[in-house]
Design a protein around this ligand. Structure first.
Ligand code: DP6
Length: 340
């Protein structure tokens, strides 16, 4: 970790620590991240652009415990070894800055299904970094928080910020320039999102494994990486100009290209189910009829319909009617990670 300085005024006495709580919104990408240039440091091969939500979030509570034998991480009330491994890298970095060896007890909860393509790792690690840094008394700039959150999950780097966010792939080997930056506040363009849940179970190939398989086996992977900067340029402009048609065109193209790429891996990754595909067709038909809505899909079968606020009720009732849609979740855009 380069350029990070521990704060000097927060040194804590072992045994006297309080519980620190932080909250971060889930995010999903309008221009997708898929593929790493360095899997060890979680450095993305491509930049990405996302929106942070207010209605889907993680809350993370951290308490330093000098009596504990080691760190513990519980997610939604259960010990989570995979999350603990990822959190371990963050804890190591923060403890080095704090010159501390005290273990941490971490509890994280999501108000939405975990691991089913609703980006729980993004909000989870963004909240975790925010709470862990505060618990150890280390004050970090948001870019540094973003760098640490990325160690947990690439997309978590984006949930440090609210509204519209761009993740930079960076070029440095140490990852110090692979961080997210804000593009616009939620108020700049208050979009609404209707999420169609088509399967609550966790049974897809996780993004980390899926993107690595894609990088290693897809014949089209290098074309994906080369194509991405043009997509990012157009999306940045569409957001700045609040140009819904342009945003919709690029968001759908990026999602379909990512899924096409994933399908071209060996063995091919199929994240869609029948209801996913039916939702995509319905959203396309609505937009053709003049309703400002477009879709995106991540590494799972849920469909995120992005719309202008006036279209959200209509979009929700249309998606609710589709066989296989189990339920809907709605959200606006929200702020970045913060302490409570
Ligand atoms: C499809 O951030 O979950 O949601 O960095 O391996 O933890 P790791 O992957 P993760 O991948 C997100 C992939 C995606 C697209 C996106 O959010 O940009």
């Amino acid at each position: 970790m380069t350029g990070m300085k521990p704060s000097t005024d927060h040194h804590m006495l072992p045994g006297l620590t309080r519980t620190v709580t932080a909250r971060a919104g889930a995010n999903f990408a309008l221009v997708k991240y898929w593929g790493k240039r360095d899997p060890a440091l979680n450095l993305p091969a491509v930049g990405s652009i996302s929106v942070t939500l207010d209605g889907l979030y993680s809350r993370c509570r951290v308490r330093l415990d000098p009596e504990a034998a080691g760190d513990s991480v519980r997610v939604n009330g259960r010990d989570d070894a995979a999350a603990a491994r990822r959190a371990g890298r963050i804890l190591e970095s923060v403890r080095a800055l704090a010159a501390s060896q005290v273990p941490a007890r971490i509890e994280s909860d999501n108000n939405f299904p975990t691991g089913a393509g609703l980006a729980s790792s993004a909000s989870g690690f963004a909240a975790l970094v925010t709470a862990v840094a505060a618990a150890y008394g280390v004050s970090l700039a948001p870019a540094q928080m973003s760098e640490l959150a990325r160690l947990g999950s690439g997309s978590a780097a984006r949930s440090i910020w609210g509204g519209f966010v761009e993740m930079l792939p960076g070029v440095r080997d140490d990852g110090s320039d692979a961080v997210a930056r804000p593009l616009a506040d939620p108020e700049h363009w208050p979009l609404e999102v209707v999420i169609a849940i088509t399967d609550e179970a966790v049974k897809t190939v996780a993004s980390t494994e899926g993107m690595e398989r894609t990088r290693l086996t897809s014949p089209f992977y290098s074309a994906w990486v080369e194509h991405q900067p043009a997509q990012l340029d157009t999306m940045r402009r569409a957001i700045a100009e609040r140009d819904f048609e342009q945003m919709a065109a690029i968001a759908e193209a990026s999602a379909l290209t990512m899924h096409g790429l994933a399908m071209s891996a060996r063995p091919g990754l199929i994240y869609f189910n029948a209801a996913t595909v039916a939702c995509l067709h319905r959203i396309r038909a609505l937009r053709a009829a003049g309703v400002p809505v477009c879709f995106t899909v991540d590494a799972g079968p849920q469909v995120k319909a992005i719309c202008l606020p006036e279209a959200a009720d209509r979009v929700a009732s249309e998606l609710a009617d589709i066989p296989g849609v189990l339920r809907l979740t709605r959200s606006g855009l929200g702020p970045g990670a913060r302490l409570e």
